[in-house]
Design a protein around this ligand. Structure first.
Ligand code: C2E
Ligand code: CA
Ligand code: CA
Length: 585
């Protein structure tokens, strides 16, 4: 082989070697490329590669998933701006060309227009040793699911789903911030605690779904009132809370309440076409007057709201110190009352009633007394209303009737004195389906006849359940039980409406007797009441007669009976026996 030949062969071998090497490298490269492509394609992302030197663009992997156009030139990138929601256009442009700011890497989230896809755009630029950009890789990744999950979680953390208003927790946080700011700026913060009236009846009547829709419509209406320094929350069910920083002017509680009341003059229209009117009751408490802590402030407003409901609905009531004191006292009493029912810490007192003309004993009114564990007497005027609210009045009331009839039977057996036992009965008791049976059974048990019993009712009982209760009264009266109208003069007291009532006796309230001597007008009213009542055929009793002067005057104007400290305070059974002994001596 000559040199030339040798060189040629050498070159051939070299060439072959080179080709083999290239083949090997190619094979390796295609394996790597395949691997890289697989990685890209399964990544749920699309890539755009740009080589600066060659000014070459290439899109890789799932490009079609995001965009329906190809990019062959860097100028085509502007087509991306048309795909994203408007607010992302400028940030996107900035990130696509981060090399202009000399940056290496950056990421943003953008939302695609029309389709609700959210993509993460990540841009990486590679620089050479001299700081010139050589390659750029842009990655588009679908993060719709992750973002919507995050959004939902964020939403649930702050908002109430039904109304879109703040939820309770977030409201409490924001209100806490109001309070901190108010302390610094020496401002006030008002909380309005708002509750639908009779929501249970609406819910029962129309179903929970309609009830929810109503709450939703009202919540949507309230959201119109949100503004600078006004936050509104839906706590739950039919309860809403409004927080006002520095209430005054258009932001005053009065104005807000008035605005809401005006709206409620119109009905809410449900999707089934039904139109519903509602009223609301609002309790208001202000920082720092009512409380200095967030939760306490909300609590105060809630207590005020309850107080407002107990004195009639559809109104706004403002915090004052006594409301809270009363509430705390009531809570304590309610707890003790529960025990008292079981431990029977009650006693009966009886207050004598006398005929005015001859001071003969007409009967007694049974008045309950409660000695609490510490031996303190608690007035029935305080605990009866609480017992009525909690339902404890039912067992207590039954006990009152039984104990009184037991004592009455004892007096009858010992003294044979004809008299009447007056019993106070609350509306809750009358409402019990077995009330009449209970009374009849006890009368039977103690051998007391109907005409020896008088049940006292107040006008307020009749206002709430007129038909139901009058029906029962008529039944009782047919049997021969007397019915007496208590506290006359404190309620409606319309004489014309008296005519329709099944009553035998009318008790003129102490407030009349208190001023009957000193006030000419009271005298005129009292005299005409007695005149009218006698014409209607009822017996009269004046309550709270404390002085001889009152007694003499009442005798003069022909009031049939008197009851009061002047002739006898409420007393235990033994003292009544002394009285009976005198009467029968
Ligand atoms: P009421 O039915 O109007 O009873 C009359 C109240 O006036 C009694 O108060 C009596 O002690 C008081 N009183 C009577 N004469 C005078 C007087 O001359 N001067 C003054 N200052 N007060 C006088 P009490 O015993 O504290 O009862 C308060 C209220 O509690 C009663 O008012 C009645 O509504 C209710 N109550 C009492 N016992 C019962 C009961 O067993 N059941 C029910 N449901 N309520 C009861
Ligand atoms: Ca009474
Ligand atoms: Ca009374």
């Amino acid at each position: 082989m000559g040199y030339g030949e040798y060189i040629r062969v050498q070159n051939m071998e070299e060439l072959k070697y080179q080709v083999d090497l290239l083949n090997a490298m190619n094979q390796k490269l295609s394996k790597e490329e395949k691997m890289l492509r697989l990685i890209c394609e399964t990544s749920n992302s699309a890539f755009l590669y740009y080589n600066y030197e060659e000014d070459r663009v290439q899109t890789i992997a799932n490009w079609d998933h995001f965009f329906d156009f190809a990019i062959t030139d860097m100028h085509d990138l502007s087509r991306l701006y048309e795909c994203v929601e408007e607010k992302y256009v400028i940030p996107l442009e900035e990130i696509l060309f981060i090399e202009r700011q000399g940056l290496k890497s950056q990421t943003i989230d953008v939302k695609l227009r029309d389709r609700r896809i959210c993509i993460e755009v990540e841009v990486n630029v590679v620089y050479d040793a001299l700081g010139s950009a050589t390659d750029k890789i842009i990655r588009f990744k679908d993060v719709t699911k992750i973002n919507s999950q995050n959004d939902e979680l964020t939403y649930l953390a702050y908002y109430d789903i039904l109304t879109g208003l703040y939820n309770r927790n977030y409201f409490v946080r924001l209100l806490g911030e109001y309070l901190r700011r108010a302390e610094e700026e020496n401002e006030t913060v008002a909380v309005m605690f708002l509750d639908f009236d009779d929501f249970r009846r609406i819910n029962d009547g129309m179903g929970i779904i309609a009830g929810d829709e109503l709450v939703q419509l009202f919540g949507q209406y309230l959201s119109d009132l949100i503004g600078d320094n006004i936050i509104i929350s839906h706590f739950n069910s039919d309860i809403f809370c409004i927080g006002v920083y520095g209430p005054c002017g258009a932001r005053s509680v009065e104005t807000i309440y008035k605005t809401i009341s005006e709206r409620l003059k119109k009905p809410f229209k449900l999707s089934n076409g039904q139109e519903i009117f509602i009223t609301v009751t609002v309790g208001v408490a202000e920082y720092p007057e009512a409380a200095s802590k967030t939760l306490e402030l909300i609590n105060c407003a809630e207590i005020v709201m309850f107080k407002a409901k107990s004195t009639g609905k559809d109104k706004v009531l403002y915090y004052n110190g006594t409301i809270l004191d009363d509430f705390l006292k009531n809570v304590k009493i309610e707890n003790k009352l529960k025990d008292a029912v079981f431990q029977q810490n009650f006693t009966m007192y009886y207050q004598p009633q006398f005929r005015t003309n001859d001071k003969a004993l007409r009967g007694v009114e049974a008045l309950i007394r409660w000695k609490d564990d510490n031996g303190k007497m608690i007035s029935p005027a305080v605990f009866i209303p609480i017992a009525e609210k909690s339902g404890a009045i039912v067992p207590i009331g039954t006990w009152v009737i039984e104990e009184s009839l037991r004592a009455f039977a004892e007096w009858k057996r010992k003294y044979h004195y004809p008299m009447v036992m007056s019993l106070n009965v609350s509306a809750i008791q009358y409402r019990q389906p077995d009330f009449i049976d209970k009374v009849l059974n006890l009368m039977d048990k103690y051998d007391v006849s109907p005409s020896e019993i008088e049940l006292e009712i107040t006008e307020s009982i009749l206002i709430d359940d007129f038909t139901e209760i009058t029906e029962k009264l008529v039944l009782l009266r047919d049997i021969g039980v007397k019915i007496s109208l208590d506290d006359f003069g404190t309620g409606y007291s319309s004489l014309s409406y008296l005519k329709g009532l099944p009553i035998d006796t009318l008790k003129i309230d102490k407030s009349f007797i208190d001023t009957v001597i000193t006030d000419e007008n009271t005298r005129i009213i009292t005299e005409s009441i007695i005149y009218m009542v006698k014409k209607l055929g009822y017996e009269t009793i004046a309550e709270g007669v404390e002085t001889e002067e009152q007694f003499r005057y009442l005798n003069e104007i022909d009031c049939d009976n008197i009851q009061g400290y002047f002739l006898g305070k409420p007393m235990p059974s033994e003292k009544i026996e002394n009285l009976l002994a005198d009467m029968t001596a």
